[in-house]
Structure formats: structure tokens, C-alpha cells
Ligand binder design. Structure first.
Ligand code: UDX
Length: 447
């Protein structure tokens, strides 16, 4: 099938590439000429495992093209995906200007039936706005061409996006049009073998499904973090509690890992957007507000421990930091807990020596050159002459360090672990002062 994708950001690029990989003829559109030139040469602007080679293969096979030409884009696909950004406004509401601009372009230039597929995460009711924008353009042209607007939210995880797209748990499509349903079934047939993963519903329900999924996951994380904070005060170990509750299949082991808070481009933004959407219909989303509050506080938990250990004034102290990205396998620093940590350390007068396997360039880009931030080439170099080690991201390579070396290199054997990577008893044997999140003995000193 011929498919057009507006927006070559994270979602657009993964969608377009994976659709081309199974044989669809895909044209991706972006306003940034340099980005388009790079993409046509197989160079991608983001870090996502497996994506670059898929882009190269699909470009080479002639199934994936990139353009800045809107006319060519609208002509190309009967299916027109909208995957442009929806940045958060100050109040947390999603800014729809780019989505509406694409809708207008489609309405202005289309000359046959189109299925317009909304992939961007947008407030409930956006499909109707897209519909209205297209209709307005068509009536200005005195045209009565048919089209359908469909909501097809994405559930991709950064770092696993290609796999998530290729092997989806479910493919949610909101539409009331039989014709559109047929097209979407055909489009996704290659990803829908063995058992039917297509879930059709009305448009508004599909739009809400995306927020509900992310809100539920964020709730699980804030829940376990709240329990971790309680465990600390009660002298219990949250990791044992986690095992104890996860055994109940209604709760499950997934996504209840305590830590220094959730970050990334989705959860923080979507939880805030949902609070805002609720306000718009005179409803207080109390639970979501609490989830957001708990998470904000959780991002400062490590800073609390550090102050407990070293006192308020951190002048002259240096902290080794392992992990900058908001989670492993990405260079994404959006809403990363490491940022809250570094900024608090700097504010208290400390220096940071940080290492991350892929996010150091992005960190440099955000903070520029500064005396109190040194990015080191290896995780070991970050430890040199540091007063303690802090861990913000659970990269695999941090899981089994050489503890003897760590002890020798640090000024003092102190670890603040925001991802609960190590066994407190073992670290005690090694002679470390080990602070983890919600872990019995190691944190009882705070109670
Ligand atoms: C998320 C959703 O998983 C995905 O379905 C949606 O489309 C976009 O948002 P992503 O933001 O890429 O994906 O990351 P995810 O792996 O879900 O992690 C989000 C954050 O939660 C990370 O900061 C992670 O460290 C944190 N987290 C996750 C926890 O603190 N504990 C957990 O148990 C799980």
C-alpha cells in the first residue's frame, strides 16, 4: 500500500520505516531539508537500536523515501499518517498547531479519497478538529472529496521501538468508517499474524486509550515508589515487598520497579496532559495529580540521601554519576531524573563527573561547557577522586562492576543507587555505605 507519514520524529520515523520494511511504499515528509537529505542517505537523527539499518535497507530497496514537498506527500499515499510533535504548553496542555497545519495541507492538496491516521498523542476530540480543518480547506476549494480521520495511537517504548512496532501487543484503531477499517486491516496484516491484535473502537475511545495506558503505567511506578518511601520509614525492604505482591497475577511483576522516578517524553507529559484534559471537562483527576506529585518528589530522593550523608553544603564535593539517559538504550534526556540530581548537586556547590554509554553528547548539548560537569570516557574514569558514586540509569554494564576497584578509586566507599542494582548485604560485606531506594537495612538509618 502507498503510505505517507508527516513528521520524521521518533514516532513518524519508526512507523514509516517499519511499514516499509514489510513492503509498503512509504514517503515520509518533514519541513527540515537537512534532516530529509540525511535520511535519504540512511543517516538518522535519533538513537534507536536497530532503526538505522532498517532505514538504510528500506531506502536501498526503494520502499522508503523522504521529502519536504507537501504536494508530492499528499499525492503519494491513500493513507496519510500524522506523526508530528504535540509539545506541552506551560499548563501541560498539548499544542496542536502542527497537527492542524498538516490537516490543512492535506485538505488543500488532496485529490482523491484519503484515510488520515492520527499517530501523535493528542487530546480526546482532536480527530474532530482534524476533520474540521480538512473540511474547511475542501469547502474553500468547493470540493466534496471523501476522507476519513482515524485515531491509531502508538505504544512504542524508546530503545525497543522497532520490536514493539514489529510485534505489537495490540493495534488500536478508532474509526466509525468501514472503508477506513478495511484499509487499516490491510495495512497492518503483516504485523497481525497468528492471532488478531487489531482492536477497533470509536475514535474518542482510541484517543483516550493512549492516555489511559500511559497513566496506568505511571501510576504503577508512583505506587511502588510510595511503598518504597514507606518501606524506608518502616524498616522493610521494598524489593522483597515487590516480589511478594508481584506473585499475584492481578498485580504482576512488570513495571513495579522502584527507583528515582519516571522520565522520558511520554509519562510526564501525558500524565500532565490528562490532568489538563480532565480540567477541561470539570473533573479533578485526583489520582493523576498524586501520581505526578509522587514522581516529582521521587526524582529528588537521591538528593535527600546525599544531604543526609554529607550535610546541606556540598561545596568541594565531587560526585561520580553513572547513567544520564532517562532509561537504558536511549540517549533521551527529556525529564531524566539525572537532570534533577545534577542541578541539585550544582546548586549545593558540588561537582559532577558523569558517564553514560550514549547520552553524553545530548548532556553536553543541554548543559554546554561548565566547570562543575565533567563527562568521562569510561565509567571507571568517572570515579576518580569522587566522594561517592550515584546511579541514575540501569544500563546493563553497571550491574556487575568491580567493587574492589570501585572502593580503591573513590575517595570513600559510598554509593547512592537510584535503580536498586545491587544486593545491600553484599555491598556491606565489601565495606560500602550503600543507599538504595526503599531497601530495609541499608536505609533504616533514616527512620
Ligand atoms: C512509555 C511507554 O512504555 C510506551 O508504551 C509509550 O508509548 C511511551 O511511554 P518510554 O517512555 O519509552 O515508553 O519508556 P518506559 O520503558 O516505559 O519507561 C518510562 C520511565 O519509567 C523510565 O524513566 C523508567 O526508568 C521508569 N520506570 C519504568 C520505573 O521507574 N519503574 C518501572 O518499573 C518501569
Amino acid at each position: 500500500m502507498k503510505v505517507t507519514v508527516f513528521g520524521t520524529g521518533y514516532v513518524g520515523l519508526v512507523t514509516g520505516t517499519c511499514l516499509a520494511d514489510v513492503g509498503h511504499d512509504v514517503l515520509c515528509v518533514d519541513i527540515d531539508q537537512k534532516k530529509v537529505d540525511n535520511l535519504n542517505n540512511g543517516i538518522i537523527p535519533i538513537y534507536e537500536p536497530g532503526l538505522e539499518s532498517l532505514v538504510r535497507d528500506a531506502v536501498q530497496n526503494g520502499l522508503l523515501h523522504f521529502t519536504t514537498d507537501p504536494k508530492r506527500a499528499v499525492d503519494h499515499g491513500e493513507l496519510q499518517f500524522i506523526a508530528v510533535g504535540t509539545p506541552s504548553g506551560e499548563d501541560g496542555s498539548a499544542d496542536l498547531q502542527y497537527v492542524v497545519a498538516v490537516a490543512k495541507t492535506i485538505g488543500e492538496l488532496m485529490d482523491g479519497y484519503k484515510v488520515v491516521v492520527n499517530k501523535s498523542t493528542v487530546p480526546v476530540g482532536t480527530a474532530e478538529k482534524v476533520q474540521a480543518a480538512i473540511t474547511e480547506q475542501l469547502s474553500a476549494r468547493k470540493s466534496s472529496l471523501a476522507f476519513d480521520v482515524v485515531s491509531n495511537p502508538e505504544f512504542l517504548k524508546e530503545g525497543a521501538a522497532v520490536n514493539d512496532f514489529m510485534k505489537p501487543d495490540r493495534i488500536v484503531v478508532g474509526t466509525d468508517s468501514e472503508q477506513a477499517e478495511k484499509r487499516l486491516r490491510e495495512l497492518y496484516a503483516p504485523f497481525n499474524r497468528n492471532h488478531d491484535r487489531m482492536v477497533f473502537m470509536d475514535v474518542r475511545s482510541a484517543e483516550l486509550t493512549k492516555y489511559a495506558a500511559n497513566a496506568m503505567l505511571a501510576t504503577k511506578i508512583s505506587f511502588i515508589n510510595e511503598m518504597a518511601n514507606l518501606a524506608e520509614r518502616l524498616g522493610a525492604d521494598i524489593e522483597q515487598v515487590r516480589n511478594g505482591i508481584g506473585a499475584d497475577p492481578r498485580i504482576g511483576y512488570h513495571f513495579i520497579y522502584p527507583g528515582c522516578g519516571y522520565g522520558g517524553s511520554c509519562f510526564p507529559k501525558d500524565v500532565k496532559a490528562l490532568i489538563n484534559i480532565a480540567k477541561g471537562v470539570d473533573y479533578s483527576a485526583n489520582l493523576m495529580e498524586a501520581v505526578d506529585r509522587v514522581n516529582q518528589a521521587q526524582k529528588s530522593r537521591l538528593v535527600d540521601y546525599i544531604h543526609q550523608h554529607f550535610g546541606k553544603d556540598l561545596n568541594g564535593k565531587t560526585f561520580a554519576l553513572w547513567g544520564l539517559a532517562f532509561k537504558p538504550n536511549t540517549d533521551d534526556m527529556r525529564e531524566a531524573p539525572s537532570r534533577v540530581l545534577m542541578e541539585a548537586l550544582w546548586a549545593a556547590g558540588a561537582k559532577v563527573q558523569a558517564f553514560d554509554p550514549v547520552a553524553m553528547e545530548e548532556t553536553q548539548h543541554i548543559y554546554g561547557l561548565r566547570d562543575d560537569l565533567k563527562l568521562t570516557g569510561t565509567k571507571e574514569a568517572a570515579l576518580e577522586k569522587a566522594d561517592a558514586l550515584v546511579i541514575c540509569t540501569e544500563w546493563k554494564n553497571f550491574r556487575a562492576p568491580d567493587f574492589e576497584l570501585l572502593k580503591r578509586t573513590l575517595n570513600a566507599p559510598v554509593i547512592f543507587d537510584g535503580r536498586n542494582l545491587y544486593d545491600p548485604a553484599r555491598l556491606e560485606e565489601y565495606g560500602f555505605e550503600y543507599y538504595a531506594v526503599g531497601r530495609g537495612k541499608s536505609v533504616q538509618r533514616f527512620s
